[in-house]
Design a protein. Structure first.
Length: 76
């Protein structure tokens, strides 16, 4: 399970009222992410572009490994 620090968690209302400030914290790296809570449920995560691109690249690598392994299991 992923753990979040108190300074990374924001209510949807806080985000609506303070979007520019929260975006700036994430963009500059002061906060690694902003986790958005609505009705006491985690709803979304705001990441800076560098982190998003890193995660997207990791997903592509994992998908290519999966496809290669799947081919090996099918005898291809």
């Amino acid at each position: 399970m992923v753990a979040f620090s108190k300074d990374e968690i924001f209510t949807a209302t806080e985000v609506a009222r303070n979007f520019s400030s929260i975006l700036n914290k994430v963009s500059t790296g002061d906060n690694k992410r902003a986790v958005i809570v609505k009705n006491n449920k985690f709803e979304a995560v705001l990441l800076n572009m560098a982190e998003y691109e890193r995660l997207a690249q990791a997903v592509e690598i994992l998908q290519s490994i999966y496809v290669a392994k799947k081919g090996d299991l099918n005898g291809n």
